[in-house]
Write a protein that binds this ligand. Sequence first.
Ligand SMILES: Cc1ncc(COP(=O)(O)O)c(C=O)c1O
Length: 327
Amino acid sequence: MLEDIPRFHLANLPTPLHRLSHLEDSLGLNEIWIKRDDLTGLAFGGNKTRKLEYVLGKAMEENADTLVTVGALQSNHCRQTAAAAAVAGLRCILLLAGEEPDVYEGNLLLDMLLGAELKFFPDDDFHSLSGRLDTIIDTLQDLGLKPHRIPAGAAYPLGSLGYVKAMEEVKLQFDEVGSSPDRIIMASGTAGTIAGMLVGAQLMDIDSEIIAITVMDDVEQHRAKVNNLLVEMQREYDFIPKSTPDFTIDDRFLGEGYSLMSDGVKSSIEMFAKMDAILLDPVYTGRAAMALIRMALAGEIESDEKVLFWHTGGTPSVFTKSSCFMQ
Ligand SMILES: Cc1ncc(COP(=O)(O)O)c(C=O)c1O
């Protein structure tokens, strides 16, 4: 059972669940809820904190002395891993795809402040760098370290357990307020978060439609990613249902590229901030917000449907986009 799996305390849980009343008025929806995983509490929070509780549980059990992971220069996952390592008293090595910038901003600045050792790989993107993670781990072992390998986004069965558990939390919160969401809208990248949510929804009998707004894949690529992870989870843990859950993937909001902020994302970030003081990020939650706004305005969401927007964090990277917002 989930309770038997070691977990290292990192997050302030439960994260708040509340309504976005101004956005409800302006989009003409009766109930828009937000789950505030931007407030998980670890160095600006975010969805990786829940995953890292299980990752660190294992790393500590194995007496690892170093966490090693990989990501893009503005990776929220890397920043939260650096913070988790600081809390646990471990060394942290971050392998970052891209050229070292002259000025560190956003997550990269925080990685440095949190004491992580940063290695830049100018000729890699984070997929190619992920492919080399094992070799780098072998080298660190040869040097006498006890590294714990965390894949990009902590997208593996152990990490996804954080979101299996999160569904238990959100179900209790909705039960308390006497509501339940018809749809859950969330940003999906490496698919670790949605895989956990889908399993958690199965275990908790939550029948909301879970909608993954992809930030880098088309529908087919993303479905393959989610399904592979679900199969891996089923193989790894007996308590995971063997049936494939239903879910929706929406790739209409990809824009022109992973880290490029479109005008639609920009205005969605501004709308959430000005209306309900919710700060989003340009890569993930800004896209999911744009999806919610466009779907509501296009009538794809009926006014009496209850929507949950899952805020997965990422706020520090908004500080890298000041020139776009000041235009
Ligand atoms: C802010 C934010 N939201 C959503 C995601 C997507 O989560 P996942 O990679 O588990 O699909 C990420 C991943 O890095 C993220 O940083």
